[in-house]
Design a protein around this ligand. Sequence first.
Ligand code: SAJ
Length: 425
Amino acid sequence: MKAEFQSYDVCVIGLGYIGLPTASIFATRGLKVFGVDVRADVVEIINGGGLHFHEPDLDVIVRAAVGSGNLRAGTTPVAARTFILAVPTPFSVGPKGEKIPDLSFVEQASRAIAPFVEPGNLVILESTSPVGTTELMRDWLLDERRKLVAAGRLALAGTGEQFLFAHCPERVLPGNMLKELVSNDRIAGGLTPEAGRVAKELYLRFCTGEIFVTDARTAEMAKLTENSFRDVNIAFANELSLICDHLGIDVWELIRLANRHPRVKILQPGPGVGGHCIAVDPWFIVHSAPEVSRLIRTAREVNDAKPHHIVARVRAAAAKLNQPVIACLGLAFKADIDDLRESPAMEITLEIARSGAGEVLAVEPHVTTPPKALVGVERVALVSLDEALRRADIVVLLVNHRQFLAVDRARLAGKIVIDTRGVWR
Ligand code: SAJ
């Protein structure tokens, strides 16, 4: 058992897809890091040098970080020079269907670290957040400190000027996180110029990209802008796919040809947009300026409607057969990862099963036990790729996992194939 540190350099709150790689990389660069997660099972796995989700090469770096003694995890924060909040920022759905940012995890984390933060410490919000959240983080932290003083559990609450607050959004791509964590440019947005500068110094420990210092609100909006830009561009491709279906044109051939223009770079249509970022973040912009975010809102609606279009195609094909077996290939939100969050593939598979169109065989090479969402749903089973291809009358390719790209096309002969990714053409 390694000796406890006298003090930590960094305390990372939230050991998920962003917090764990960030904590680990700081630890491998010699900083003493304490990671905090509300889930005791996650803490135990990490302290054992393991990880609770799949990301290429992350296991190696977590093992190295824990093995060196520089990374430890626990369920409550500790004192540190810098605190990094990497907690979820989902949205909730209001009574009229409007999407409302849910900042409860940021608030909980801000209040949880309040007793441990000392004047001069830096507090960084890494979670993708609506504009103004870094200010809220400061306000929640100070409010909690005032309550602790009133309860006699803290000597001095302090003022906003005594601490440094910054927003430094992560920009890593799931599936390529470790490379991008190091090499991507970053933005350090301080509530004060000093906070931005100190945050930049910290990330220079591992970041080889450029780090740009700005104010917190610009940094918040920059991150939302990046993901909205991608969402709008994918929506364009998805809308084209609907138009092409209508006109009997192969959309992938169309895009391939249009992209030969020197200033055209259309993205790829698919079954919809998933994940916890691109399908969520544009709503934060819409929520903050609903009257003037028309394009961004429409793009979200186009992408959210795409799964239903795929289901309609599958149902139309199934209606021509008697009790068909339908293979749904892929449940993850994109290729070669195991993340099922906000996955259109999962949504489509469930909707097909519930529609009673036929017996559904789901295939997901990255999971071994049936995901919770499928448990208890009738007429759907998680099976191997081989079984699905053997038994299916209709094959729906939902995720371009490399295992599916390698499928011998002869095995698809005589079946109805709905290739939502255009990879089997
Ligand atoms: N998709 C398409 N067509 C495309 C590209 C993507 O349908 O041409 C779909 C994917 O299948 C997936 C979804 O979009 O369902 C999102 O995938 P993605 O690879 O575009 O992005 P994410 O969600 O994995 O990661 C994004 C990245 N943002 C940008 O590229 C602007 C990443 O850099 C961010 O760090 C991440 O969001 C985040 O955490 O915010």
